[in-house]
Write a protein that binds this ligand. Sequence first.
Ligand SMILES: *Cc1c(COP(=O)(O)O)cnc(C)c1O
Length: 398
Amino acid sequence: MNVEKTTREICPAGLPPRAPADHSSRSPIWSSVTWPCASPAQADAILGGLESGYAYQRDGHPNADILAEKCRLLHGADHAVVTSSGMSAMALAMLTLLRPGDHVLLSSRLYGKTVSLFTGQGAAWGIVAETVDMSDLEQVAGRIRNNTRMLVCETISNPTLRVIDLAALASVTHSGGARLLVDNTFASPIVCRPLEWGADLVVESMTKIMNGHCDVVMGLLCGRGVAWQAVSAGLACWGMTTSPFACWLCERGLITLHVRAVAACATALEVARRLVGLPHVRHVDYPGLADHPDHAIAVRQFGTAEGARFGHVVTLHLDGDETTVAALMREMHEIEYCTSLGEPVTSISHPASSSHRSLTPGERQSVGVGGGTIRMSVGLESADFIVKTVQNALQRLD
Ligand SMILES: *Cc1c(COP(=O)(O)O)cnc(C)c1O
């Protein structure tokens, strides 16, 4: 039988020439699933973590390591891993740092899927989760039990943008013998580095402003003072590794993070100020506005030499309900309705029908979400463009 030779039979190992990985300006994409080992002993040492190197992509690959190292430096962490989504980063923390029977306190203003993770999936696994208002430290201290192992909050919460006093919460958490995990997605390390305020673990949905180009789903888990062996072993066992191409794209996104985030925060502050008092706008929530309940915390916690940055999300509450929001959207073609945030273009979303749809109207009200609430993720357009677009659409509502 005439069997064609495979390319491998024709080209000896190492041909065609390998990419000059050591002198390109950008990292190559190491798409290989396997790295040949010199001997069974070497495979054993690499897979056992005794020798550095790569053997199998799910256990680790260069693009993930390069990206994780950059993120580790951005957050001033001891250790960092990148995962297949923001949710898998959160799940990795739950699955590797908690045990059945452990008690977890969740902030009452938490991303819906995080609540489902701990109270639904986690409950089936023996985790006992309870929610508490984490702006009320006395209440938090009173709810910590002997078996409380973790507190979970967000630096800036969705959609009323409440800001947690991380140093104070970390101190209450540590007095109770627990760890503080902070979801920093709405801030990014450009606005806040929670580990510097005493948090033990940080999660970022890199899908949002960290990658910032709306083309990757990815998460980050990093920490300080946490025994990391369980986390890195868990990453491979639970199969939460992310792909070389996704890591490479995200590394590209990170190159401009500081420029994008600084610009979006400055624009968001100006947009928030100019939306106040427009017709049909009942209230604007933004931590950079003096009337926001956490303005003082935000100024202190998010301060830089050039002044504080308050994030790129602005929330407005319209007089009216979802029909008003629907009418506004019909008039506002330049700004799209998207349920994500941190993209290069400004977008809006409607929490009552998206992120907060599983709550009852009463529960929604208690976290400040009404039918007329709109969350705006400010992108890289000018403040003038954004304000005029909203203003023109609001005028057409009359
Ligand atoms: C989007 C988001 C997540 C989940 O991240 P994915 O990358 O979508 O899995 C978690 N927390 C917050 C605050 C988010 O906005």
